[in-house]
Every structure is written in structure tokens, then in C-alpha cells.
Design a protein around this ligand. Structure first.
Ligand code: G6P
Length: 568
């Protein structure tokens, strides 16, 4: 099937291939094995089923795969022409066929001396021109040279955006808490629930606050509504419309709408239609992050993505981290009927990483038709979720360990703490207590223990041998055989955050390429938006007909209008 000349947008049924069939036949053999036996038979897998990329050390040996499984999965990737599709993406071909667009987030992190021309346009030149403008602007903010309307320097930057225009910067800002240098701090507003804006503005001084209105389209209802309310808050406080130009900038692809909103396009930072919203944190959408950490650290962040891009583009599929992890995800999704993957960063600063990944992975691969418009013949789109360790351990790990469902997990952990404190016993005199180790070591001991227990569990014999009462033995058996990947790095640096994001971006690509779907459009979010617009006029008016197309929505709308005092 792999054919370099094949139209990359013309899909075929991957499930009809011999490679798919081989995996389907192989699955029962693997399913019959316990990871305890798999490790006993292949004792070196813990050292060998690993891959290093940049600063990431990835151990996938605790996955329910044999070496043979990986070979078969790579064969499937070749059958789906993952390499050809990958090269088409990097080259700027219009692989987003439903919107007729290139998909070039990888160009956002190319070094300035790289060359890439797409549709006759010097993409690298454009990217670096905007990066330079972002650098000059954030330098001015950070040095205090940029003054608010009343002459005071800016202290707080509020990013107003939603989806890809919020999740990336909010997640990265938190992850890089230790790299916030200077006096600029950021807050993020996304929800059209006014509680978000009101709570975020609470206690802020309009004279020292600057808003970044971040929206690719600049038509997103939530963002424009919040931005208008924020403008009113500012203008009311500062007494003049003229204050807007000193307190509002925009990040968008739509200059016309930006200027319609009243933001001077001189204060607009551009990106391009070939950057998907959920792939845009490394574009001007990251402006708030740059304001907080500075352009040099932002440059390191971009360089981190680029390390993984290069690896993804050049490493053989057998040793290619995003390819292997994407394939292992698909292995469970399609051959084990396992729908979800839990992501568990053992890093409090990465608390928002799972939320970020939810958009990246599920908006990309939650599709039911192939690029050719045919219904897919296998399930697509893993469900991603998660919480940071150790919080998750005290909430949902019970189900991971002893529930009837198998949920593969990705553990993420760091050798060096972003913060550390000594472990002291509560009874010690706080003034003289001796340290009994580091809290970071305690955190990481949990990481290792969890992956171990998930994989190997505890048998009834082992439980009984501890003298556990017979009737309680079945309750205390830990089945094990629950797969996980361990992703480790030395420290949570800007580069490492970039590397982690790119690692997941390309996993999404690999799975989407095999399924033959378009991972870069999101038609499924449109209908709800347009119906919300229609319903707004219905729920806010006492006169308009309450009857909608179904009795449930109709009754709910009537109930709501009554509560709001709008209809009898
Ligand atoms: O950046 P914007 O154009 O405001 O879009 C914000 C978000 O809204 C949409 O609903 C899309 O589903 C997302 O992919 C996008 O990130």
C-alpha cells in the first residue's frame, strides 16, 4: 500500500490490510500473558524497550507489547504510509484537505537560518519576523518602557482566549512558574461564564493591566464577549477610550476583525491559517508566556519542540518516540477495545497538562470519517484525561488498580525538583528537626511504586502470606498487568515543556495518519455554536416562540425563562 506517489488525502481502508489482520490475530496471544511473565521471559526489556529523545527518557517496557508486537505495529505504520504523510506535513502540503490548508506548526519552531517556502511564501522569514516583534514588545513590557494610559508600567497581563488560544499558554505559564522573571504576571480568562472574568479582574489595577485578546479567527463568541467586557472595565476606570491602545493587544490571523474590534493592527501579532488552534502555543498565541519568561526562555521553549520534530522526521520508525507511543495507543484503542489513556504528571506545575492534551488529542482525532469522506471502520480517538500525582492516587487510582477496565497510563516525572522541602516528622520541634529526606524524593518514590504495582500487582498467595484474613484476600489482590509508559526528564525547563508537547502532537499525527482521518479540522464543534446563537434570542425574549424542535429542549427553555421571569 505504501506508495510515495499516492495522493496523501485519498484514503483506503486500513483495517482491510494484512498488517491490520496480523495485529488482530496477535492480540489474543499477548492478552493471555501477564506482564510478570513477559518480564521473566524477556528480562532486558526494562533496559531495552526505551527510547531517548532530547532530554526525555521514555520507558515503554511496561506496556502490554512483545517485541514482535512492536514490529507488527511498525509494519502497520508503513502500510498506512505514515512516513510519506509525515513528510507531506513537514513540506507544507495541504494535508488539511477539508479546509485546503497546510499544517505547519513545525515551522513555528524552525531556527531562523532554516528555509521553507510554502505556496510561494517564505514561512521561516514570516515566523521570525513575528517572533522579533513579540520580543520587542515583551522587552518593552518587561523593562517598563511600555506604559499604560496613566504612565504606569504594566504588571499584569491577562490573556483572553479559549480552546487553543487559552489552554496552551495557561498550561505553559504554570509549568514554567520558575522561569517567570521580571515583574509581569499573567492571568487567563476563557469561559463565557462571567464568573471567570469577574474573578480574574478581582483586585487588579486597570492602570497596570494589559489584555491580550487571543483568537485565531477573532470571531469566537466567548473571547469577543469577554474582551468587550474587559474593555468596558478598563475604559470606565480610566475615563477614556484612548486608554484602549495602551492596554489591549491582539493575537490573530484576522486583521480585519481585530481592527473592527478597535485594536490598532500595529498592536496585533499575526499567525497563519496553517497553524491549528490546538497547535498554536508556539505561535504568537504564546505572547503571554513570552511576556512572563522573556524572549530568550521562549526561544528555548521553541528549540525544545524542534528537537522532537527533527527526531520525528528522521528517526527510523522502530526507534521513533512519537511513532512508538502513537502506535501503542492505537494498539489498545483498536485491538483491545480500550478507549482511554490517563496522563499523570508527577509535577504540580504540570497540573494543566492533561486538560491541554484533551484538546490536542480529542479535537484532533475525534473523527468518524476518513479524509476521503468514508465512514471509518475502526474506532478513532483515545479519550485523554488525568490529574497530577500524587493527587490522582487518592482519587481514581483505585479503579486503575482494581477496576475491571484496563486504562493505560503515561507517567511523567523529573529528576530535579522545581521546588523541594525537607521531610520532617510532625512531632519534631520545627526549630531543631533534622531532615529525613526530600519531599521530591517522596513524590518520585510514589511515581515508581505506582508504575510497578500497576504492572506487577500482588497475587492471592502473596497477600495470604502476609497473614491477611482469608475472606479479605480477594479484596486485597492486585491484579497488575496494567500497562504504563514512564516519561522521565532531568528538569521541567522551557525546552522540556516544548519537547513534551511535540511528543504528544506527533503521536496524535501518527494515529490520525493510520486511521486516515484529518487530524487538523474540527467541524464537530460548529453546530453547537450556531444553535447557541439561535437559542440566545429564544431564551432572552418573552415573546418569541419557546417551542424548539424537541420536547426536552423546549421544556428546559420554558423552565429557564420562567426562572428568569421572562414568560408566564
Ligand atoms: O482562536 P479562536 O479562533 O478564538 O478559536 C478558539 C477555539 O475555538 C473553536 O471552537 C475550536 O474548536 C478550537 O479549535 C479553537 O482553539
Amino acid at each position: 500500500m505504501a506508495d510515495g506517489n499516492r495522493d496523501k488525502n485519498q484514503e483506503f481502508d486500513i483495517t482491510a490490510t494484512a498488517q491490520w489482520q496480523a495485529l488482530a490475530e496477535h492480540q489474543p496471544e499477548v492478552a493471555a500473558l501477564h506482564l510478570r511473565d513477559v518480564f521473566a521471559e524477556d528480562p532486558n526489556r526494562g533496559d531495552e524497550l526505551t527510547v531517548d529523545v532530547g532530554d526525555l527518557h521514555i520507558d515503554y517496557s511496561k506496556q502490554r507489547v512483545l517485541r514482535e508486537t512492536l514490529t507488527k505495529l511498525v509494519d502497520l505504520a508503513r502500510a498506512a504510509d505514515v512516513e510519506g504523510k509525515r513528510d507531506a506535513m513537514f513540506a507544507g502540503e495541504h494535508i488539511n484537505n477539508t479546509e485546503d490548508r497546510a499544517v505547519l506548526h513545525t515551522a513555528l519552531r524552525l531556527p531562523a537560518d532554516a528555509t521553507l517556502s510554502v505556496d510561494g511564501q517564505d514561512v521561516v522569514g514570516d515566523v521570525h519576523e513575528v517572533l522579533d516583534r513579540m520580543g520587542a514588545f515583551t522587552d518593552a513590557l518587561r523593562s517598563g518602557e511600555w506604559k499604560g494610559y496613566t504612565g504606569k508600567p504594566i504588571e499584569t497581563v491577562i490573556n483572553i482566549g479559549i480552546g487553543g488560544s487559552d489552554l496552551g499558554p495557561a498550561m505553559v505559564y504554570q509549568a514554567l512558574r520558575h522561569y517567570v522573571t521580571g515583574s509581569i504576571h499573567c492571568r487567563f480568562v476563557s469561559n463565557v461564564d462571567p464568573a471567570d472574568l469577574v474573578a480574574t479582574l478581582d483586585g487588579l489595577d486597570p492602570e497596570t493591566t494589559l489584555f491580550i485578546v487571543a483568537s485565531k479567527t477573532f470571531t469566537t463568541l466567548e473571547t469577543i464577549t469577554n474582551a468587550s467586557a474587559a474593555r468596558q472595565w478598563l475604559v470606565k476606570a480610566l475615563g477614556s477610550d484612548d486608554a484602549v491602545s495602551k492596554h489591549f493587544v491582539a493575537v490573530s490571523t484576522n486583521a480585519e476583525k481585530v481592527s473592527e474590534f478597535g485594536i490598532d493592527t500595529a498592536n496585533m501579532f499575526e499567525f497563519w491559517d496553517w497553524v491549528g488552534g490546538r497547535y498554536s502555543v508556539d505561535s504568537a498565541i504564546g505572547l503571554s508566556v513570552m511576556a512572563a519568561i522573556g524572549k530568550e526562555a521562549f526561544g528555548e521553549f521553541l528549540a525544545g519542540f524542534h528537537i522532537v520534530d527533527d527526531h520525528f522526521r528522521t528517526a527510523p520508525l522502530e526507534a521513533n518516540a512519537p511513532v512508538l507511543l502513537g502506535l501503542i495507543g492505537l494498539w489498545y484503542d483498536n485491538f483491545w477495545n480500550v478507549a482511554s489513556r490517563v496522563v499523570l504528571p508527577y509535577s504540580n506545575d504540570m497540573s494543566r497538562f492533561s486538560a491541554y492534551l484533551q484538546q490536542l488529542t480529542m479535537e484532533s482525532n475525534g473523527k468518524s470519517v476518513t479524509k476521503s469522506g468514508d465512514h471509518v471502520t475502526a474506532d478513532t480517538g483515545e479519550v485523554f484525561w488525568g490529574e497530577p500525582g500524587t493527587n490522582g492516587q487518592h482519587a481514581f487510582y483505585q479503579l486503575l488498580h482494581q477496576g475491571t477496565r484496563m486504562i493505560p497510563s503515561d507517567f511523567i516525572g523529573f529528576a530535579t525538583a522545581t521546588d523541594d522541602l525537607p521531610v520532617l516528622s510532625a512531632s519534631d520541634d520545627p526549630l531543631t528537626a533534622q531532615s529525613d529526606g526530600s519531599m521530591h524524593d517522596l513524590l518520585m518514590s510514589n511515581y515508581f511504586a505506582q508504575t510497578k504495582v500497576l504492572a506487577f500487582g500482588k497475587t492471592a498467595e502473596e497477600v495470604a502470606a502476609e497473614g491477611v484474613e482469608e475472606r479479605l484476600v480477594p479484596h486485597q489482590v492486585m491484579p497488575g498487568n496494567r500497562p504504563s509508559t514512564s516519561i522521565m526528564s532531568h528538569e521541567l525547563t522551557p525546552s522540556v515543556v516544548g519537547q513534551l508537547i511535540a511528543l504528544y502532537e506527533h503521536q496524535v499525527f501518527v494515529a490520525g495518519a493510520i486511521w486516515g482521518i484529518n487530524s487538523f479540522d474540527q467541524w464537530g464543534v460548529q453546530l453547537g455554536k450556531s444553535q447557541a446563537k439561535e437559542l440566545l434570542s429564544v431564551i432572552t425574549s418573552a415573546d418569541s416562540p419557546a417551542a424548539q424542535s424537541d420536547s426536552s429542549t423546549d421544556a428546559l427553555v420554558r423552565w429557564y425563562r420562567k426562572q428568569r421571569g421572562r414568560t408566564p
